[in-house]
Design a protein. Structure first.
Length: 304
């Protein structure tokens, strides 16, 4: 009998890779989504699809947890606290994930899986990383069997910067000397699903290459095929604007605060990914395949 997995966050970029990795490894997957139409377009008959009532996580039936062996939550990848609340019916990602974790424990789910952002230990002043660290510790101390992947910057997160590069708005803070080894979403998905068979597994994973933020911006500018230059922003200009933005535009505040933070600190951990950024950009892997193409490719592999 196939192990049954309840998956949250399945329609995001990472979620799609995790879903197909689970299917290819023989799991039966139920996805919990806000937008059923999008989920049907992506997964058709490959998944059982459960749509949230009023987009609220707390509306999920307890029976849904008791009928699954594993739960994976990929909620909280959005940088903006406000944007995550819109996606979960008024909860921030910590509250939503806390609800999912408590339900998993209460109904004796065998394994709880989660992906969190990697950060250097001790650097928890930025709220995005602080809340993820709090939830990671909550899972570890809960007593449930878990798989936690702490990944550096996902390749899919660079698509927004690539769009800005096309418009001549590719920016780094200061000299852009902070370093990161970003990782392909598909590599993270493979590592996560492979690790489900281990007890209480915690992994930190990054990609095979290290870039300064300036080098990363320059590479994206090159692939944008637009002849703009990477712009360097005075780091003193941001802290003065954040209090105003917090009132007027909370989503922009969260994004700018995150951007300011990561441009001033290194985010480097163990290289566990295999796909290089050049391969990713050259092959346009960041462009989402149409659902029929995904299903055709998967069906071909399963038949083989």
């Amino acid at each position: 009998m196939k192990s049954k997995v309840l998956l949250f966050g399945a329609t995001g970029s990472l979620g799609q890779f995790v879903f197909w990795e689970l299917i290819q490894r023989g799991y039966a997957v139920t996805v919990v989504v806000r937008d059923k139409i999008k989920a049907v377009e992506l997964y058709s008959y490959w998944a059982t699809i459960v749509e949230l009532d009023n987009q609220n996580i707390s509306s999920i039936s307890s029976d849904l947890f008791s009928s699954h062996d594993m739960v994976i939550s990929l909620l909280g990848n959005r940088i903006s606290h406000s944007f995550n609340m819109d996606q979960t019916g008024g909860m921030d990602f910590f509250e939503a994930n806390d609800f999912i974790l408590r339900q998993s424990i209460q109904h004796n789910v065998k394994k709880f899986g989660v992906v969190s952002p990697f950060h250097q230990r001790g650097l928890l002043k930025q709220s995005y990383f602080k809340r993820h660290e709090e939830f990671k510790n909550l899972v570890i101390n809960s007593g449930i069997n878990y798989t936690i992947l702490s990944s550096t910057l996902l390749f899919s997160s660079l698509t927004r910067q690539l769009k800005l590069a096309k418009k001549g708005k590719n920016i780094v803070i200061g000299e852009g000397l902070a370093c990161v080894n970003p990782i392909f979403d598909g590599d993270v998905a493979a590592l996560l699903v492979q690790s489900l068979s281990f007890d209480k597994k915690y992994l930190e994973c990054g990609g095979p290459e290290i870039f300064t933020r300036l080098e990363l911006a320059q590479k994206l500018q090159l692939f944008s095929e637009e002849e703009f230059k990477v712009r360097k922003m005075n780091p003193l200009a941001i802290p003065t604007s954040l209090p105003y933005l917090k009132i007027k535009n909370p989503i922009m505040h969260d994004r700018l605060a995150y951007f300011y933070y990561v441009n001033r600190h290194d985010f480097i951990t163990t290289s566990m990914g295999s796909v290089t950024l050049n391969e990713y950009l050259s092959k346009r892997i960041y462009e989402k395949l149409k659902s029929r193409d995904r299903m055709w490719m998967l069906q071909k592999q399963l038949v083989a």
